[in-house]
Design a protein around this ligand. Sequence first.
Ligand code: SF4
Length: 440
Amino acid sequence: MNSSTPKVGFVSLGCPKASSDAERILTQLRAEGYEISASYEGSDLVVVNTCGFIDSAVEESLDAIGEALNRNGKVIVTGCLGAKSGVVQAAHPSVLAVTGPHALEEVMSAVHDHLPKPHDPYTDLVPPQGVRLTPKHYAYLKISEGCNHRCSFCIIPSMRGDLVSRPIGEVMNEAENLVNAGVSELLVISQDTSAYGVDVKYRSGFWNGRPIRTRMTELAKALSELGVWVRLHYVYPYPHVDEVIPLMADGLILPYLDVPFQHASPRILKAMKRPASGENNLARIKAWREICPDIAIRSTFIAGFPGETEEDFQQLLDFLEEAQLDRVGCFAYSAVDGAAANALPDQVPEEVKQERLARFMEVQEAISAAKLQQRVGRIETVLVDAVDGDQAIARTMADAPEIDGVVYLADAEGLQAGDLVEVQITSADGHDLRAGPPEF
Ligand code: SF4
């Protein structure tokens, strides 16, 4: 790379889906011969990939744009907040261009306008697996964009549009390239993984000359042939989700389901306009556990949604006690600019939201801690994430990176990130586990 190579700085905020957009842009920049610079000062321009999901994310994004402008001066904005170009331009009129989410072509065209392509794009060809932001041994696999639902607290469909599924052949080729490049774990993401293929009527695509339907179960089966960990995120509890549980019981994909239930009171679920809100989730969870006793269920919830009464909230706590979920996140409801829920009556006062959030966490922490405690003494396979001397940090099949717990491994000499090893769990705290080599 010579000093005349144009250099682009890249700042990425937001969720794994935003990271996946960022990876595509970085891959294209590298494919065209741009250098990715690690500093504002060393870049010819900076791309800021923003998040606009909640108000604090909007502020963080606007601050990041401001910092890039101060330290570099030439800034292109993309990502979810970019869908509201008026907000960005009002705060930072000097940005060069603003594009919305998953707008690879628009971002590249803005980059070309302000920083022409290098003369020889063939000097720095991208490896087939692309450029990734996650550590080398795991990767996010985005299978669709957008969402057909209209949850009243969410503005993602207005920013990202309706569901568009990626062709299954393209998804499988990307997965295969990632595995060939050394990835040991694929994390399937989208706004609604259970809806994969609805928009194309589940039509068949081709992978390695073989027809495969564009559908979650068929995708999960095909991914399982790659011989790595496959983890499903953002799955809604539709009846057809039951089909993937036997794949988990058979060890084909990880026994892990990330199901954002958000609430348990039918009244609140209806006000939230949640997908599959009429399902009897407790019965479904029980049936899943009968088929796959080791399944780890992760979920997220909102406390203090508009109209939530003490009775609704108590229903949520009762659900938690019954469901015995493994990993749970909870947020106090926070109004998102542009969301339909802002207009709902009976907004819950802030101190009540916070008080309910604290009660929720107290109940769930006791459940999570007891569930972790039950695993002490067990032998489990873990994936090593990082090694430092004779200590390592790893994850069990029940833990997704960045959001769930970790396993602290003792006597880890010789291990490397990406290794799968059998360990024996020696102790547990409220969130994480400790383990060492198995003692037979
Ligand atoms: S399912 Fe609901 S919360 Fe999720 S992206 Fe779609 S509208 Fe938003």
